[in-house]
Write a protein of this length. Structure first.
Length: 237
């Protein structure tokens, strides 16, 4: 199965299936996709992949600025905004990894209601296949997909390696910006990088605060039935 898909109009579109999870089972392919903003994608691309639900994690002003996914028959569009502060470079920590992990901590806490709502959509068999996206597809999307994989029993090493794939995607996006929109400033490095260690830090510290990833999921509003359904639906023998 293919993990990354070279769709016109996006730079970070990929499948999160294929990883080893709970009890020797494997995360199902072609059930959960992740991406940067899909407002530029051709109308035929997502139906061709069978995508039934799009979870848009962007801020309301980002949706208004760029537009949303093109509608098509059978699409269920969910705009779920996890509340979180704008990133400020003045908050730069001692390392890039520390800066990003701190931002993800803040997102997980202030945006727990939205994150929980997104996880509930992903857990529902009726919603699949699901596409989760934000602007760059690495931060809000990265956190939601990392939590999904962790709840499915995927190791932190695999979760962090999947997250780190967004670095190359950000480089493609930056190159496109320079070529297509030369008057637009390329975002600074902390806004584009996805170092695996940042995800390791985030997951470890989330466990310290909530006891486990499942403990955080309960804090975000998921029930034991939600977790059981997610695992039954998204894990294959």
């Amino acid at each position: 199965m293919e993990r990354s898909y070279p769709l016109d109009g996006v730079f970070n579109f990929r499948d999160i299936g294929g990883y080893a999870g709970h009890d020797g089972r494997t995360v199902r392919w072609r059930q959960v996709f992740r991406s940067d903003s899909v407002h530029r994608v051709a109308p035929s691309s997502l139906p061709a992949l069978g995508i039934r639900t799009v979870v848009d994690l962007r801020r309301p002003h980002e949706v208004e600025r760029d537009g949303r996914v093109v509608d098509y028959p059978g699409l269920d569009y969910r705009h779920i905004h996890p509340e979180h502060a704008e990133w400020e470079l003045a908050e730069q920590a001692e390392t890039l990894e520390r800066f990003i992990a701190d931002r993800y901590r803040d997102l997980a806490e202030t945006g727990s209601v939205g994150i929980g709502a997104a996880l509930k959509v992903i857990a529902s068999p009726a919603a699949a296949p699901v596409l989760v996206h934000c602007v760059a597809g690495k931060d809000r999307t990265g956190v939601v997909c990392a939590l999904t994989l962790s709840l499915l029993g995927v190791s932190d090493d695999d979760v962090a390696a999947d997250y780190a794939l967004s670095t190359a995607a950000s480089e493609r996006f930056s190159a496109w910006l320079r070529a297509s929109l030369p008057s637009t400033a390329v975002p600074p490095a902390p806004f584009m990088a996805s170092p695996a260690q940042a995800m390791h830090l985030f997951l470890a510290e989330l466990r310290q605060r909530h006891g486990s990833i499942e403990g955080y999921a309960a804090h975000a509003g998921l029930t034991p039935d939600d977790l059981a359904t997610m695992r039954s639906h998204l894990l294959a023998e």
